[in-house]
Ligand binder design. Structure first.
Ligand SMILES: *Cc1c(COP(=O)(O)O)cnc(C)c1O
Length: 432
């Protein structure tokens, strides 16, 4: 019997007590493992590509703090930068040199962010970007895509009703219908749907917001021409194009998806990697738009801990490490992992498709790569749950949902990839 087979005790006890404090025992829903069953992994610490749970069991980790941990956990340089910043105070409610450091690095990588603001979450970034878009255009409607996630602001918690120009229906209790009534939802990769929405609401749409590579319904790639089409359609209508690069920023390469596809959005949202593992969001873009933000303009946005020194220092230390060489290694490792997973699935006779974009991927239990949320939702989630459990039993921690991305970090080595593939060989068979 290996250590991995021992019944968890400490983790289960911590989780059980947590259920008496937090709804579902967690501070963010997917952590509760409801989609895959069983008791969640309670992480005591992480180092490099591994996390260790409260029982001392070690797992190779592909959650990576939902992509934020692109250097792996407890990277020594990031940790040192944090230690140094913490020793000088955690925040002052005043400008600091730390903010300028990280801003320089961000704009050097993504020149479309002519002006930017640091906030404390991706949710705030998307909410604020759309406030700027509405404030600048004087229009109220917003177009989003089904299956794209932009945080939990009220008006973004809308998914598709059927029909192209249907007004969004709330996908959360507590969101007034009137709030999402100005959110119009189109299928991902469907330019005709966007065209129809804009035609039905001419010069009333403030912005089209999109994940340029979707990663919150599992990884779904933009079809060739989709992002270019959005750029043209929005420009023709006078609507703004907002790229939510909270995941893809510094993941798809230093310049994010916008550099990868050669498209300059009007506004961009960042988060996750740019904070080096601490709470963060960024919104920014065209100077004329961002100069609408207070104190220069009438669009109000503020934050007590925005640009706090710890986040700024961790972010800057992280971006310094993301060289061209680092991205080349990430790409090669992720490619080997994706190809190996596809081979393993084939050998096991599993109906599965691996979708990879840069260093993130999803194993969909589907015969083909999905193009939108409706297709993604056709995946065999029961089979994913069995696959997840089988991988966990073999010491590999995957995202606890079919509809999330796996993230490869610079701490994942060729040996880690090989170990993952060996586990997957068994797990695909175990999943049936
Ligand atoms: C994670 C995420 C967000 C929300 O960020 P939080 O920091 O969790 O608020 C927004 N957009 C995208 C694309 C994300 O992946």
């Amino acid at each position: 019997m290996s250590r991995q087979d021992l019944a968890p005790s400490r983790s289960a006890a911590i989780f059980a007590e947590s259920e008496g404090y937090f709804p579902g025992g967690v501070n963010s829903p997917v952590r509760a493992f409801r989609a895959v069953g069983g008791s969640p992994v309670v992480v005591r610490e992480g180092r490099g590509a591994h996390v260790t749970d409260a029982d001392g069991r070690r797992f190779l980790d592909y959650i990576g703090s939902w992509g934020a941990a692109i250097l792996g956990h407890a990277d020594p340089e990031v940790t040192e930068a944090l230690r140094e910043a913490a020793g000088r105070g955690t925040g002052f409610g005043m400008p600091t040199p730390y903010e300028l450091d990280l801003a320089r690095a961000v704009r050097a990588a993504m020149p479309s962010l002519e002006r930017l603001r640091f906030v404390s979450s991706g949710t705030e970034a998307a909410m604020s970007a759309l406030r700027v878009a509405r404030g600048a255009t004087g229009r109220d409607h917003v177009v989003k895509f089904a299956g794209c996630y932009h945080g939990h602001a009220d008006h973004l918690l809308a998914q598709a009703g059927s029909g192209l120009a249907t007004f969004g229906l709330p996908s959360s209790a507590g969101v007034p219908a009137a709030t999402v009534g100005q959110t119009l939802v189109a299928p991902y990769n469907d330019l005709d749907a966007v065209r129809a929405i804009l035609a039905a609401h001419p010069r009333r749409v403030a912005a089209v917001i999109v994940e340029p590579v979707a990663a919150n319904m599992g990884v779904v790639a933009p079809r060739p021409g989709f992002l270019e089409g959005l750029r043209e359609l929005t420009r023709a209508d006078g609507a703004l194009l907002v790229f939510d690069e909270v995941i893809t920023g510094f993941r798809m390469g230093r310049g994010g998806a916008q550099a990868r596809f050669g498209i300059a959005p009007d506004l961009t949202c960042l988060g996750k990697i740019v904070g080096g593992g601490l709470p963060v969001g960024v919104y920014g873009g065209r100077r004329d738009l961002m100069e609408r933000v207070a104190p220069l303009g009438p669009v109000y946005q503020a934050g007590t801990l925005s640009g706090n020194p710890l986040t700024m220092a961790a972010g800057a230390a992280t971006l310094r490490r993301l060289t061209d060489e680092a991205y080349a290694v990430l790409e090669a490792r992720a490619a080997r992992l994706a190809e190996g997973l596809a081979d393993a699935a084939r050998r096991a006779g599993a109906v599965a498709t691996v979708v990879r974009e840069a260093s993130m991927l999803t194993v969909f239990f589907l015969p083909m790569a999905p193009r939108d949320y409706a297709e993604a939702r056709g995946a065999d989630v029961a089979r994913y749950a069995r696959f997840f459990r089988a991988m966990l039993d073999r010491g590999v921690l995957l995202p606890p949902s079919q509809f999330e991305a796996w993230f490869v970090s610079t701490a994942h080595t060729d040996d880690h990839v090989a170990a993952t593939l060996a586990a997957a060989d068994d797990a695909f068979r175990a999943a049936g």
